[in-house]
Design a binder for this molecule. Sequence first.
Ligand code: RFL
Length: 391
Amino acid sequence: MGKRFDSGARTGVVIVGAGPAGLVLGNLLLDQGIDCVILERRRREAVEGRARAGFLAAHSVRVLAQHGLDTGLLARGRTHRTCLFRSEQGEFTLDYGELGRGEVHTVYPQQELVRDLLAEYLRRGGELRFGAEVEEVSEGRVRSRDGSEITGRYVAGCDGHRGVARATLAAQGTRTARWDHGVTWLAVLAEAPPSLAAVGYALHARGFAGHMARTATVTRYYLQCPRGTDPADWSEDRIWSELEMRLRTAEFGALKQGPVLEKTVVDLRSDVLDSPGAGRLWLAGDAAGLISPSAAKGANLAVLQAERLAQALTLALTRDDESGLARYAADCLPRVWRAHEFSHWMSTLLHGPTAEDAEARYGRALQYARLDSLRTSRTHQDFFAENYTGI
Ligand code: RFL
């Protein structure tokens, strides 16, 4: 654990949250000799054990490599370049590594990345305080639940979607653009080897099912389910039989099953703050905007924003020049919105209406036309590949 800071001390940047955004930012600031403190509400084991993302875009891998943060990723990450679509019309595979810009994903579980970033941050001499729940941020002053206070020239809100930083900006009048995709997923983590050589997306009358490799022994699955679903209603048997049905294993081969390690319900929602900061408070990652997980962009946007915010804060703190901060929104938002546009498009590809009325039939026909276009049009495939791997 890092050194404890003194109550009332002043530092360059106080970072709230030790997720991917806060830890990338902390490491990049330390690289520039800028002193920072990370305050994290959870215990270290909880931070290091939280399984979420797994697919890193080429840009994220480049950022991590440029700053010497890719040792674990190089040793244990696996290149991934194909995805597969199944529906009542059969299956097809896209080798997206050969399409678009020829970029691929690196599969590396988020909790392993967080573990690496945390170890490296502490090794570089960074201060990190676990169990420090921030309750209030005001004019560079950050107050934790235990009453301790620390003041930074700047505060970086990297405390996720439900954090204090976002609420503070919202209270100051920052507006949000928001979308509810109207879809809910049961996100399942299974102690089972991947069953497919590719990411698998299954369109089915009962709803979408997804298969994503994580490691040689752990696989993430998604099942579309009704809004308000209680994960407790989904027994292991029910999960596997629904996955088998939607992934059409009778036709294409059985799944490698194993114990379910985790099941959570995720409502697919997205939002973007009009401006990710002002004055002394600047946000990165889920704090600045939430993106539905349908195209696996969240952690990648967190890395992009942390990189850009690190550059802007470095300029401000080393040259007394806030022009980078003034440009931070304009630097990030066009790429953030491209990611949202693609995620939204993915969502309309993966989820059709489930009702039986004329509008629902029309919506489903469009969904299948979209899939057919992806199967047959090289132009469409290039568009897909460029956006699927791009940030
Ligand atoms: P995080 O990871 O939520 O970290 C925020 C940290 O802040 C702490 N915190 C506080 N600390 C102090 N005081 C407070 N008041 C605090 N409030 C909160 C929290 O404890 C936490 O440690 O946000 P960050 O860093 O912005 O990172 C964002 C990513 O975690 C997220 O976007 C991704 O996980 C999204 N996502 C995926 N992204 C991808 O790029 N590829 C994927 O394959 C992918 N799969 C996923 C996902 C998200 C999922 N869920 C659970 C929504 C799969 C799932 C199921």
